[in-house]
Design a protein around this ligand. Structure first.
Ligand code: URA
Ligand code: CA
Length: 441
């Protein structure tokens, strides 16, 4: 088999065989096929596309390119949740404990933040002592014992994807549905989930800016999951503004604690109930979506979900006293409001720019080596549809450096669009994709 023939076959719009896809993935992972051939091949896929059979094969070949995690020692159906990335997205810290409290084992591999999006591990490290370093055996023992553990991605999962993603990133071939879907699903499948709930974001802060592409991506991922025997559901949600009010590590942890107590922001609470309810159904701890939501409201009301967060923090070496006493979290030296320069209704809040406004304060990473300041960030006071008077606070900045505060302030003001006519609130949950089809709300 020759890579040259595989490239020209796809260039001419033909369907590739299983053997050809495997040959490419294995050869590229081993370094036997050069980047220039793979660049041409990715461009051929970009223009000619791949069908479902090819996409599933590519996904599974990428899974098989490295280690896979065997979670079979964990009792019950392991349901993973994956978000395509947002700003102020604290859902894992809330959904994880909620779902675990309702009896579904949560074995979560999480990442650190990069660029304008935050990472769950960074947020959890706001609890002094909290660590994600553990062996796979400890990880599984924790899940069996506490129903929840959150680990860093240590294993060499889907190395073919890692290499391919880096190449796509510099060759203009990232935004192809099959390639994105295969990339995300290969990592989820390799990390051992039995079932997967995907939160596909759409809007200014998301990867998929328009709704139709988000539905298309969800459909592709659900089909891959179904094809390889993992029950998968995709929920399409709004990322046209940050989620909740807090953006920043310790601030988001405090927001998660409030939400687990039942006093969280409306949008964040609704998203957590929606994603969590689907997880309960897939994990067979509820027979239907509505009763799953009731169960989740109950674990919040009874305090069991909050208790689960404490157990998680404690079992991974963190100081769980912070959960009941959020005033223990370090507060930065500068806490200053940002005032509206005009009166009107909030039409838009560019989520990616708010993410960057938090990043410049030190809440996010510019490079993998950046050291974070977990105490800094932004609290938004106004969201889309709200009315603001001139001189009223739209946000509060938490900073440790006056210069950075000024930079951040400028970005926040620019991120907001204020207009004179009234604006309707955004719909948060835009639809759902299951193996049975697409439902738009
Ligand atoms: N995220 C991924 O992990 N892969 C892609 O291809 C795009 C986004
Ligand atoms: Ca938030």
């Amino acid at each position: 088999m020759r890579m040259y023939d595989i490239i020209t076959k796809k260039r001419n719009g033909e369907e590739l065989t299983k053997e050809e896809i495997r040959f490419f993935v294995e050869g590229y992972t081993k370094g036997e096929i050069p980047d220039y051939q793979v660049s041409a091949f990715m461009m051929a896929i970009y223009f000619q596309k791949m069908n479902m059979t090819e996409t599933s094969e590519l996904t599974m070949a990428m899974v098989d390119s490295g280690e896979t995690i065997d979670l079979s020692k964990i009792k019950g159906i392991k349901v993973d949740k994956h978000s395509t990335g947002g700003v102020g997205d604290t859902t894992t810290l809330i959904v994880g404990p909620m779902v675990a409290a309702a009896g579904v084992p949560v074995a979560k591999m999480s990442g650190r933040g990069l660029g304008h999006t935050g990472g769950t591990i960074d947020k959890l490290e706001s609890f002094p002592g909290f660590s994600v370093e553990m062996s796979i055996e400890e990880f599984m023992a924790n899940v069996n014992d506490k129903k929840i553990a959150i680990a860093g991605q240590t294993a060499n999962l889907a190395p073919a994807d890692k290499k391919l993603y880096a190449l796509r990133d510099v060759t203009g071939t990232v935004d192809n549905m099959s390639l994105i879907a295969g990339s995300i699903m290969s990592k989820k499948i390799a990390s051992g989930a039995d079932a997967i709930v995907l939160d596909i974001k759409t809007g200014s802060g998301a990867f998929m800016k328009d709704e139709d592409s988000a539905f298309e991506l969800a459909d592709e991922m659900v089909k891959i999951g179904t094809h390889v025997g993992r029950n998968t559901i995709g929920v399409i949600t709004d990322m046209d503004q940050p989620l909740g009010f807090a953006v920043g590590n310790a601030l988001e942890v405090m927001e998660a604690i409030e939400t687990l107590k039942g006093h969280g922001p409306e949008d964040l609470t609704e998203l957590c109930l929606t994603l969590g309810a689907h997880m309960l159904v897939l994990g067979e701890k509820a027979t239907d979506y509505e009763s799953a939501r009731e169960t989740l409201k109950e674990v919040i009301k009874s305090g069991k979900a909050l208790q689960k967060l404490k157990e998680l923090v404690e079992s991974q070496g963190g100081d769980a006293r912070f959960v009941d006493n959020p005033e223990l979290f370090e507060t930065p030296s500068i806490i200053k409001p940002v005032f509206a320069k005009e009166e009107g209704y909030i039409k838009a809040i560019k989520a990616d720019d708010i993410g960057i406004a938090a990043l410049v304060l030190g809440a996010g990473r510019e490079t993998k080596e950046s050291i974070l300041d977990l105490s800094v960030g932004i609290m938004l006071h106004k969201k889309i549809g709200d009315f603001v008077k001139k001189g009223e606070a739209i946000a509060t900045i938490y900073a440790n450096d006056e210069g950075k505060k000024l930079q951040s302030e400028e970005k926040i003001i620019k991120a907001y669009t204020i207009v004179s006519e009234s604006i309707e609130k955004k719909k948060l949950i835009k639809g759902i994709v299951t193996k049975d089809g697409i439902t738009k709300f």
